[in-house]
Write a protein of this length. Sequence first.
Length: 231
Amino acid sequence: MPRDPSLRYALPVRQSRSGETLERLLVAAEAVLAEDGLDGATVPVIARRAGVSVGIVYRRFPDKDALFRAVYERFFGSSREKNRGGLDPSRWEGQSLSQIATALITGMVEGYREKRGLIRALVRYADTHPDPGFRRRADRLNAEAFGAMMALLASRKSEVIHPEPEAAIEFALLLVAHAVRGFVLNEGPAKARFAGSDARMAREMVRAFLAYLGSPPLPRGRRSSKTRAAR
């Protein structure tokens, strides 16, 4: 089994108990980032949440930045592994472009909503990080997820009316991804005016996506059973 990439930022574990402490710290850091945001996620707060001393935190990580890098790799690395299975084309045999788009976009909205606080904190962390090497790695993790969705949708390009099917799918998916991120992660009056619920938001995003491609929408009530696999 490959080594967890998030552990590249932690100091070496010498005892099994140290491994358990590391796990508690990562879980606690995720919870604090989700609830208190990037500014509120201080080492003392994380240590208290994990039930350890501040000194223990610094025995496992050289600084707070290393801890946050580990949390970022852990969260988005786990999402990448789930996507590899959930977006495997063999799982979608017999599904139309409309069905796949409905499942992916609905899953995107639900996934962002479920982990909104944590994702918002981690996105801000990566976007404002001073290390260009880390920002590039963060971009690669995001690009992998986008690429997997793109490949699955492009496998149904024969259902697209647009004269440049693959380019159109990529452009429409990019628009939807940025719109979902903006509405869900930066919730405010604009989102409230746009959609009264996540379900409605997802329906409108799907409608816009398919309309741009010139593909017929999925009839109401025929939501794909694979929606959760796309999250």
